[in-house]
Design a protein around this ligand. Structure first.
Ligand code: 15L
Length: 280
């Protein structure tokens, strides 16, 4: 039986796909949730939960909503690749508001980072959590910034934070890439519970992927310290998804997949750079 946090948990991005999953899961555990999103919450409110429509750009409202909360599960913001100006407000300024709220409340931040913060690593690699950031777009760049913001607030203010580099959290894997990157909703929910209830976290990173036997891309993170192990797997889909590839060489070469191809304009004949693999 999981301990119920003594203070409410602030959940941003509550109306998105993952927010709705968590609202139901955490509400079902009897947790008190203070929820927010820029869009209306489409489901019945879990018992004891509140919901306020708010923009992450609105610092005073974010600070007010976080009052009295012991943890902030931050899923809010732009969650796909978009032009820089669209990412700037919610993901850059908004993240600052989240960390200022956490500093004031002495709350722990659980940040929905993404595999897109390291999306330009090749699929042949095996990355430890302290690997080089190689964002595959403005969205991935904002996630790398969010992780670094966590380090700043930990070292400067002692704000604990867990950065979840989520792979592909969806109802089921739908292409070959997701045989590696798939994260089931149940594994994701149990991961968030572990992050909120762990004794101490410092500032750490966990790769968010289920127990996929092809999940060889990511290793050496803080899961053991947090007491989390995935139990679901994309493996049963291997037969039906093996041939489900895009045919786009950029998409299939890098971990970030389709996000890497968006607006890609580099010449195939460009010389290898400092962070390119030997293949160039
Ligand atoms: C993400 O970070 C996105 O939020 C999600 O829409 C998926 O594209 C996922 O990554 C992925 O890489 O599959």
């Amino acid at each position: 039986m999981t301990a119920v946090p003594t203070k409410p948990v602030f959940l941003t991005g509550a109306s998105g796909a993952l927010g709705r999953v968590l609202a139901k899961w955490l509400g079902g555990l009897g947790w008190t949730l203070v929820m927010t999103d820029i869009a209306a919450f489409p489901d019945p409110l879990p018992p004891g939960a509140s919901f306020t429509k708010a923009d992450l750009n609105d610092g005073p409202t974010i600070l007010r909503l976080a009052e009295g909360c012991g943890a902030i599960v931050h899923l809010g913001g732009v969650s796909v690749e978009r032009p820089f100006e669209e990412v700037l407000g919610p993901n850059i300024r908004g993240l600052f508001h989240i960390y200022e709220a956490a500093r004031r409340e002495k709350a722990r931040v659980i940040f929905a980072s993404s595999n897109h913060s390291v999306g330009f690593h090749e699929r042949t690699e095996s990355l430890p959590a302290d690997t080089q950031f190689l964002p595959d777009g403005f969205y991935g760049l904002s996630k790398a910034y969010g992780e670094l913001m966590g380090r700043l607030y930990w070292f400067k203010h002692g704000v604990e934070n867990v950065n979840l580099r989520i792979g592909s959290a969806c109802p089921e894997p739908v292409n070959n890439r997701m045989l590696a990157s798939y994260l089931s909703y149940a594994d994701f929910s149990r991961l968030v519970v572990a992050c909120v209830t762990a004794g101490q976290t410092g500032s750490c990173v966990v790769w968010g992927a289920s127990k996929n036997s092809r999940m060889t891309w990511w290793r050496d993170d803080a899961r053991a310290e947090l007491g989390w192990e995935p139990t679901d797997s994309a493996d049963p889909y291997a037969g039906q998804l093996a041939g489900k590839v895009s045919g786009d060489p950029v998409e299939e070469r890098y971990m970030g997949g389709a996000f890497c191809s968006i607006g890609y304009s580099r010449s195939a004949f460009a010389p290898a750079g400092l962070f390119d693999s030997a293949k160039g």
